[in-house]
Write a protein that binds this ligand. Sequence first.
Ligand code: PLP
Length: 352
Amino acid sequence: MDWLLTPGPVRLHPKALEALARPQLHHRTEAAREVFLKARGLLRQAFRTEGEVLILTGSGTLAMEALVKNLFAPGERVLVPVYGKFSERFYEIALEAGLVVERLDFPYGDTPRPEDVAKEGYAGLLLVHSETSTGALADLPALARAFKEKNPEGLVGADMVTSLLVGEVALEAMGVDAAASGSQKGLMCPPGLGFVALSPRALERLKPRGYYLDLARELKAQKEGESAWTPAINLVRAVAAVLEAVLPRLEEHLALKAWQNALLYGVGEEGGLRPVPKRFSPAVAAFYLPEGVPYARVKEAFARRGAVIAGGQGPLKGKVFRLSLMGAYDRYEALGVAAMFREVLEEILPAS
Ligand code: PLP
C-alpha cells in the first residue's frame, strides 16, 4: 500500500472503507434518505453553521463554481485576492460567471492583510482559507471583518476545501457567508463529492442559476433527504460514517493534524529547508527544493520508500515539494513518516 502524503486525495479513514464495502444504495429509498439527512446534519456541525450544507456530486471545484454562480449575478463586483493556485481558480470562476472582478495579487506563500480588502463598492469577497498550493492559511475572520466594515451588504465566500476537519472552521463565527469543500481532503473519503455551506444570510440572498448548479433546486430536494439528480450516495454514506466517528472528538483530531504538520515542518527546517508559506495551514507542509535538487529526485526518493508526494503548482512548479498528513494517519504513523522524511533529506542533501 502506498503512503499517500499528497494534500488530496488522502489515505482513507477506516470508516470510509467500511462504508464503501457495502452494497449500492438506491437513492430514492428511505434508507438513502436517512443517510443523506444524516450526512447533511453532520456537515452542518462540521462547518458550524445554522444554515444549510448542500452535497453535490462532483469535486471541490464544482462546489466553488456553484457558490460563485448562486451568490452573485453577472455584472456584480467582487474582490478576489490571488495568492496561490486555488485563489487563481476562484478568480477564473468569477470571471467566467460574468462578474466584474478586481484581482489583487500577492506573492505565492503570502496571504492578504485586512487592510488589503478594506475597500468599498463590492458585492463580494472570495477567499481561499487554506491555500493548498503554497501551504498558507488566510486569516478569514480578520479579512471578512475588514471587508464587511466597508461593504455591510457584501457576502464573503470561502474555499474551505483543505480546512474542513483539518483546521478551525466556523462559518458564521468567522464572518463567512458561504463555503465550498470536498470529500477527498480532511474528510478522508474518496474524491467525488463537493459541499456548499450556506449561512442563513447567504440563504436569503441566493440568486440561483445554472441547471446542474442550481442550488435552490438542490435545497428543495435536499431538505427532504433527496437530491435533484442521482447522487454518489455510497460516498455520502462514507462521509456520514467518518463524520460520525470524528466529530465527537474533533478538538483532539484537529490537535493531532496540527501536531503532525508541525512535525513535518520541524524535520524540514532541521534539514535546512525553507518553508513556502508565512502563515502555516495545518493541511500541508510546503518547502522550497534545496539548491540544485530537482523535484523528480525528491519524488523518486519518497517513491522508493513507498510514498507519494506532491510538487509545486502554477509559478511554484519545479520549485517546491509538498507533504501532507491530512489523511487517516495516527501519531505513530506520522512519526514513521517523519523518519522517512529525515532519511530522504540525508540522501538528497549534499554532505556538509
Ligand atoms: N481548493 C483547494 C484549496 C484545494 O486544495 C483543491 C484541491 O486540491 C481544490 C480547491 C479543488 O478541488 P478539486 O480538485 O476537488 O476540484
